[in-house]
Design a protein around this ligand. Sequence first.
Ligand SMILES: *Cc1c(COP(=O)(O)O)cnc(C)c1O
Length: 230
Amino acid sequence: MTLTDNIQQIRNRMAAAALRSGRSPGDVRLMAVTKTVDDDRIGEAIRAGVEIIGENYVQEAKRKIETLGRRCQWHLIGHLQTNKAKYAVQLFDMIHSVDRLELARELDRRARAIGRVVEILIEVNVSGEGTKSGVPLAEALPLVRAVAGFPNLAVRGLMTMPPWFDDSEEARPYFRALRELKAAVASEALDRVEMRELSMGMTGDFTVAIEEGATIVRIGRGIFGERPAR
Ligand SMILES: *Cc1c(COP(=O)(O)O)cnc(C)c1O
């Protein structure tokens, strides 16, 4: 199977999951997650039509964007240190990993300095696992309310990463909880907050995530194969 075949197969499964749950396939975008993936293969994925490239690390993304250009969107999905906010607001079309007020404040300050309004998602740790980044579920709504006050940030939705399960069905309650939180935030009609996106679902569980409302699925191994350990 070529990389283009892999992408086609993922797209077919995405469309089937959307239709199964009464959604339109066009409502779900495919992100290719490219940590550790070399430039040639990322270029191939872009030519095959992926809408979004997702990167975990600011430095790695900076180099790749300089080489590959902006033929697609570049989103940050990895944990973001506050001292990298300055670079993140220059590089990314969307930042999925905003999980604390201190980080949001710094992103807002850095975005204002370059005259940008940066689209962000709030990353939620639905399971409460200590090893995961993301704001705890119970603190997510207060965080969104606070972030809504920053004029150079535009909240566009939520992101999550459930615990790892052998059986992807077990991830469903976590995806559902994020969808319910999205509805709760939307009902507050906060300034600058538009709850369009649910970034959830990876190679092992994206069809379940789509059934629960995902609008962006983040696929690494399903497109590029297993990653080397690092
Ligand atoms: C690596 C990664 C993915 C992709 O995971 P796969 O299992 O390779 O599809 C998605 N989201 C985040 C935040 C990641 O770090």
